[in-house]
Write a protein that binds this ligand. Sequence first.
Ligand code: UDX
Length: 439
Amino acid sequence: MGFVGLVTASCFADRGFKVIGSTLDEEAVKLINQGLSPFYERELDPILKRAVQNGNLKATLSNEEAVLNSDISFISVGTPMREDKSIDLSYIENSSKEIGRALKNKDSYHLVVDRSTVVPGTTRNIIGKNVETESGKIMGKNFGLCMQPEFLREGNSVYDTLHPNRIVIGELDKRSGDLLESVWKSFYGDAHIPLLRINIESAEMVKYANNCLLATKISFANEISRICEILPNMDIKQVMEGIGLDDRISPKFLNAGAGFGGSCFPKDVNAILAFAREHHVNPKLLSTVLEVNDDQADHLVNLAENLVGDFKNKKISILGLSFKPGTDDIREASSIRVINELIKRGADRIIGYDPHVDGVTEKYLKKNIEYAQSAEEALKDAECAFLITEWDEFKSLTPEDFKRLMKTPNLIDGRRIYPYKQFHKELLFRAIGRNDNKK
Ligand code: UDX
């Protein structure tokens, strides 16, 4: 019942399906059963409330209860990154074993669907096998198996669930695929959502290939942005606008900036790299995608160093800590890479501000930093500011605001939200993908 599970469950229940959601988190069960979400996700609250009030959604601590009282089990557990950057499948192991143990006591056919992102081979060889071993039943006979990757964006996951641009079903056999297709057909009614039925291993790989290509587009934009910084006037925004009009390319995911973060891109590119290497394949492009992404933080700090010199004893403010606007999630956020690089280079007065993040602990940072309650407070008397997350409230800051509040108005625009010419004229300003200071 994390963000994928709870959003899917709530949307199903809101459309009349009976849903039982299981989780090991006691607090989450209590909250959900009162119609409250244990975390913030845009547009989820009213749907969850309705789903619980109409009696269609119930949360439980018992996986067995959930399995015995349903026809289909969707697995939506976390598959985090281990210390060595490979995938941690322990939640997958546990939940598939529990489904198996419960199925031992169920006579009717049951469909198991994996929604978690897993390296190819996992659904059949771990989930399917665990269910068989624990239940004593046979895959393809007593129970069916599918892998259906999810493509939900945090902050938009309700919209993405209700209006997906496609459904990909990886099926063990026709019966499994038919059942899952019928569920989605009845969920979407007349809406025509492209639906692809393929084998399980390809479906597992679709999710990785999808995220790898999006991450590649971002690193591509970041790499081109460096070239754009060679000569005055060359501007990454204009260049990407130009190539985005080619409908073979599309303008999406071509925003150069502080780099990608979040719970998916870094984890998934690393996981598929580790998987490939384990099997003696060395994906050079993908390792470079990560390298380019990491370099963006160093590059932003270089831009600042050129402006302010030594960081010691200077107040430096970080505007935006979450990995993107619209969420309070800081996992793998660019802000963390930038702050750690600043600390490495001697910065000792860093102050962060984010409208939805209270602070980032030392778990992520090399040492603790200070936090402000507003952009104004963060900028007050600062000698350098970094714009890292493009929250709307930062977009309305003017050159006058930076001049009025800061000791020296050195500003690094890590997301290209400010009009370049105006800011460059009025402030000590550097931005990703344009450098008019060079002769
Ligand atoms: C992503 C995928 O979009 C989604 O399909 C998948 O299921 C999970 O991973 P999410 O991590 O929620 O979703 O965020 P997304 O909006 O894709 O952004 C990811 C990161 O890329 C953010 O840090 C964002 O700032 C960065 N980004 C995105 C760019 O730097 N430039 C862009 O052009 C787009």
